[in-house]
Write a protein that binds this ligand. Structure first.
Ligand code: PLP
Ligand code: COI
Length: 362
């Protein structure tokens, strides 16, 4: 147990119920921010200290701060959900705390204590409770992150850091939550390579994905499918989500974990729920040419993306430079829908959670 405790300083002048209602009416994703934020400081001499939850405000940064030059930064993403009794719950925040530690180790950042991470999420949700949407697709998205703040231009791990968490009232990540997405297969750009930072949730991975994301957008696609950096054949994941394939014989396939894909908490949860639902689950490499052939020959019936932001989003069409193909009739399939319901029912406390994933906040 860490001895870090958060001093709570409520916002002296939070937004009114009317202002909140106006911005929360149609929040989209990641645009509507709450009144509070979590902050803690690290210095080489003192370790983690000065932990507070306070009014959200801009943070002062020296122009030489290491994060601005060498991108020593990591983040997380998790959601708080409104429950039927008017309370709120978090989904597997301990798993986010653990992944945050792994990301910190990869980026040579001093790890943030996992128990303090989970405590901070609970406290922030309690303080910003008025910002948790009560719509079917709505939730409070929490974004913990750490940045290197030391003012120094030499290339080395910094000696000073900030831990922060901001919160955003969100609706669904994609415009139409009941529709499928179209994905763009990136043949030129890769996202991560063996030995690189692909398994760490660091901003640099997302910066590296943006040129491909621009290509995707120009092609009318919502997300990029990244292939492995060595053979440029095996599907790794999407720009911000893991990916699953459903076969007509009831088998579910997802690429195996490695150091070049993000170890998604939704991915892990889907694997467990699918096994319990009687599907045969395989974590094995799957090539882009096999995807094309399996769709053409009717063996593959569905594919879906999954992640905290995306929940479970079916993939309708796959586009590439040479050819495009549509999965089934391009509509959401029954397996994705069933898994989504199983997952969402646990997240929102509509069903008994046998896994210890659901954490009531209040
Ligand atoms: N892969 C990438 C690149 C992501 O950004 C995310 C989102 O966090 C995921 C996968 C899914 O991870 P999780 O299910 O833990 O949100
Ligand atoms: C998340 O799902 O939390 C992510 O970080 C993905 C991003 C597309 C918002």
């Amino acid at each position: 147990m860490s001895d870090l405790t958060f001093e709570i300083k409520s916002h002296p002048n939070p937004r009114s119920a009317e202002e909140r209602a106006a911005v929360m009416a149609n929040p989209g994703f990641g645009k509507v921010f709450t009144d509070h934020m979590v902050v803690a400081r690290y210095s080489a001499g003192r370790g983690w200290h000065d932990a507070q939850i306070k009014a959200r405000e801009a943070i002062p940064l020296d122009p030489a701060a290491a994060v601005l030059h060498y991108a020593q930064e990591i983040f997380e993403g998790l959601k708080a959900y409104r429950t039927a009794d008017g309370g709120a719950a978090l989904f597997r925040p301990d798993a986010n705390a653990r992944r945050f530690r792994h990301s910190a180790e990869r980026l040579a950042i001093p790890p943030f204590p996992e128990d303090a991470f989970v405590q901070a999420m609970h406290e922030l949700v309690k303080l910003d409770r008025a910002w948790i949407p009560d719509t079917a697709d709505g939730s409070l998205y929490l974004r913990p992150f750490m940045i290197a703040t030391e003012a120094f231009l030499g290339v080395k791990p910094a000696s000073e850091y900030l831990f922060l968490t901001i919160a955003s009232a969100v609706g669904s990540y994609f415009k139409d939550p009941n529709s499928t997405v179209t994905v763009w297969v990136s043949e030129h750009y890769t996202r991560a390579a063996p030995g690189g930072t692909g398994a760490a949730k660091c901003g640099g991975n997302y910066a590296a994905s943006l040129a491909a994301q621009s290509e995707a957008t120009a092609q009318g696609c919502e997300q990029v499918v990244f292939l492995d950096a060595v053979e440029r054949r095996y599907i790794e994941e999407l720009g911000g989500m893991n990916v699953f394939f459903v076969f007509e014989d009831g088998t579910l396939v997802t690429p195996p974990l490695s150091d070049s894909i993000l170890h998604g908490i939704t991915r892990d949860s889907v694997l467990t729920l699918a096994k319990e639902a009687g599907l045969t689950v395989k974590e094995e490499p799957y090539a882009i040419d096999a995807w094309r052939a399996d769709v053409r020959e009717g063996r593959l019936t569905e594919a879906f993306a999954c992640g905290t932001a995306a929940v479970i989003t079916p993939i309708g069409t796959v586009k590439g430079r040479e050819e495009s193909f549509t999965i089934g009739n391009g509509k959401a399939g029954p397996v994705a829908q069933k898994l989504r319901n199983l997952l969402v029912d646990i997240q929102r406390g509509n069903t008994n959670d046998a896994h210890g994933w659901f954490q009531k906040v209040f």
